[in-house]
Design a binder for this molecule. Structure first.
Ligand code: PLP
Length: 245
């Protein structure tokens, strides 16, 4: 089979998995967006996914966004940032038309982002990344600090919080992973009850290649899928989450 068929078939399989998961919990599949996690995937292969009708991608590194930008520019699509964002990369994020930063997890980052947005007269959507698995290796705000953090973010007028994002525990034990997703959902409900101005909680970005069914059953509205569509990557995921790289 060639690359084009592989990618198209894999996408079809994922769409079926999403549909089945929705069926099992009486949700409308239209409520769940598929985001293609395209770290290390060449622009050429991303275009094959666009040919198959996909329009939403997520990148982990600004450098990759930059290097694929020209080749993808002619294709209508949206780009989210799903990696760990360093403050010195904010300018680039805005330059390369990222529409949503899914990984906002620090006040200093929000402050600098607001400053830059004001300067450029731009606005941006964000999701607040929560560390639901209590693993030290992962980024994200602690669950117990989430409400206070969101209250602080709400003062930044050019930053529009649309919901929450998490990376579930890397585990083959579905019930442990599901706990992470349940926690994100319950935090969403808590935030909604607080009625914080300038804050929306419509999106829950959770679920990846291995655990999207559980995530959808627990309320996911964005699943982020890489491996199951583009194949496995050479480096472990920790590589893409390392600040110094
Ligand atoms: C790589 C990545 C994904 C996709 O993971 P797969 O297991 O390859 O589907 C999702 N979310 C984030 C933040 C990622 O870095």
């Amino acid at each position: 089979m060639n690359d084009k068929n592989d990618i198209q078939n894999n996408i079809a399989v994922i769409l079926q998995r999403i549909e089945k998961a929705c069926e099992s919990c009486n949700r409308d599949p239209k409520e769940v967006k598929l985001l293609l996690a395209t770290k290390t995937v060449t622009a050429e292969r991303i275009k094959l996914a666009f040919d198959a009708g996909q329009t939403l991608i997520g990148e982990n590194k600004v450098q990759e966004i930059k290097s694929k930008f020209n080749e993808l520019a002619a294709f209508p699509h949206q780009k989210h940032f799903i990696g760990h964002l360093q403050t010195n990369k904010i300018k680039d994020i805005l330059k390369y038309n990222v529409t949503c930063i899914q990984s906002l997890d620090r006040l200093d980052l929000a402050e600098k982002l607001q400053q830059r947005l004001t300067f450029e007269k731009k606005e941006i959507d964000v999701l607040v990344q929560v560390n639901t698995s209590a693993e030290e290796s992962k980024f994200g705000i602690n669950p117990e600090d989430t409400i206070e953090f969101i209250k602080q973010i709400s003062q930044f007028k050019n930053i529009h919080v649309k919901g929450l994002m998490t990376i579930g525990l890397f585990s083959a034990e579905t019930e442990k992973v599901r706990k992470c997703f349940k926690l994100l959902k319950s935090l969403q409900q808590e935030v909604i009850q607080q009625n914080i101005p300038n804050i929306k909680m419509t999106e829950l970005s959770m679920g990846m290649s291995g655990d999207l069914e559980a995530a959808i059953e627990e309320g996911s509205t964005i699943v982020r899928v890489g491996t199951a569509i583009f194949g496995s990557r050479i480096y472990p995921d920790s590589y893409y989450w390392n600040e110094s790289k």
